[in-house]
Design a protein around this ligand. Structure first.
Ligand SMILES: [Zn+2]
Length: 142
C-alpha cells in the first residue's frame, strides 16, 4: 500500500495536485480519545464523522484521510481541485473513495471525499466500472 500511495502522491504532484496525509493509522487509544473528544463537543451528532474505537477503518491501517497540504480540516478538501483528481484517479493505484455521495444508508457515513481505502488495483478497477458503488455493494453485503 505504501508504494501505491507514494506513486499516487508523485503523480498528483506532477499534475500540480499535491496531496498529503492528514490522518493515517490510528491505534485503539487514539481513536477512542478522538471519538470521546468529538462526542463531548457535538453529542450524538459526532457519529456522522467520528467512529467509536473498534469501528474505524483507520484502525486497520488500510485507510487514510487526504488533504491538499494546506488545510487540516477534512470538509475543506471537498472543495479542492485535488478532490476531483483523487475521485478520478485513485482506482489506478488501488484506492477507493470509501464513503461515496448519497450512500450513507449503506455505509453509515456521510460522503467523505478525503477518506480513501486501499483495496488493490484489481478490486478498485472493478469497482470503478460502477461509479459511486460502495464496498458493501461490491462485496454483496447489502
Ligand atoms: Zn477517514
Amino acid at each position: 500500500m505504501r508504494a501505491a500511495l507514494n506513486q499516487m502522491f508523485a503523480d498528483a504532484k506532477a499534475a500540480k495536485m499535491p496531496l498529503a496525509v492528514r490522518s493515517g493509522y490510528r491505534s485503539w487509544a487514539v481513536q477512542d480519545a478522538s471519538f470521546k473528544r468529538a462526542y463531548a463537543k457535538y453529542g450524538e451528532g459526532a457519529r456522522r464523522y467520528y467512529a467509536e474505537a473498534g469501528h474505524s477503518e483507520h484502525q486497520t491501517g488500510l485507510s487514510l484521510d487526504l488533504s491538499d497540504g494546506t488545510s487540516m480540516q477534512g470538509y475543506k478538501f471537498a472543495a479542492t481541485k485535488q478532490a476531483g483528481w483523487v475521485a478520478a484517479n485513485a482506482a489506478r493505484y488501488g484506492f477507493i473513495i470509501r464513503y461515496p455521495e448519497g450512500k450513507r444508508h449503506i455505509t453509515g457515513v456521510d460522503h467523505e471525499p478525503w477518506h480513501i481505502r486501499y483495496v488493490g488495483v484489481e478490486v478498485a478497477a472493478a469497482m470503478a466500472k460502477t461509479p459511486g458503488i460502495t464496498l458493501e455493494e461490491y462485496l454483496g453485503l447489502v
